[in-house]
Design a protein around this ligand. Sequence first.
Ligand code: G3D
Ligand code: MG
Length: 203
Amino acid sequence: MCQASNDPSRAPSPQPLAHSPLTRPCVQERNKQIIVLGLDGAGKTSILHFLALNRVQRSVAPTQGFNAVCISTQDHQMEFLEIGGSEPFRCYWEMYLSKGLLLVFVVDSADHKRLPEAKKYLHQLIGTNPVLPLVVFANKQDLEAAYHITDIHEALALSEVGNDRKMFLFGTQVTESCSEIPSIMQDARDLIAQLAADTSDQA
Ligand code: G3D
Ligand code: MG
C-alpha cells in the first residue's frame, strides 16, 4: 500500500479519508501540520475530537487512512493530521512526520502487551529528527489496568529521546464522565499550540 520512497515530496497528498462530520481540516494550514501517531486503538481520534469539540464523541470508527482535524484556540488555528495506527498505515508515518511541526504520540496506558511495540515505533520516528518536539499522551488513565505516567515514561524510554528535544508527557482519559474539558486537556492543547507556533516561527 505504501510507496517505496521515503521522500516526503512524493508522499500521497493527505486527503482526510475518514473524519467526523463534526470536525474539519483547516482551510489554509495544510503545510503546517501537527502529526498524531500511535498504535491503533490508543485513542488518537478520541483525543482529537475531544480537543476540537470539548466533549466526548462516542462511536469513533477506526481511522482508515488520514484524519485531519482543525482546532482553534484564541490565538492559533492548528491542523492535526492523524494517520491510521494499524499495520498497513504505519509505513506512511515517517513520510508525513518529516513535514510536521511536532509529533503527538498516543499510547493506551492499559495495553501493557503492546507498549514495547509502541516504544519501538516511537524511537524509530524520533530517530529521524533530533529536535522535533514530542508530546506524549498516556491515554486511558481511567482504566484500572492503566500504568501510571511514571511507568509509561519508563516503558517508552522517554529519558532517551535526546537532550535537544522538547518533550512533554500527559496522562489523559477521554471518558463520558468528562462533562467539561479537564484542565490537563486544556493544558495540552495550549502547550501544543505554543510549540507549533514556536516551530513554525523557526521554519
Ligand atoms: P485510535 O484513533 O488511536 O485508533 P480511537 O483510537 O480514538 O478510535 O479509540 C479506540 C477505542 O478506545 C474507542 O472505543 C474509544 O472510545 C476508546 N477510548 C479512547 N480513549 C479512551 C479513554 O481515555 N478511556 C477509555 N476507557 N476508552 C477510550 P471503541 O469501543 O469505539 O473501540
Ligand atoms: Mg483513529
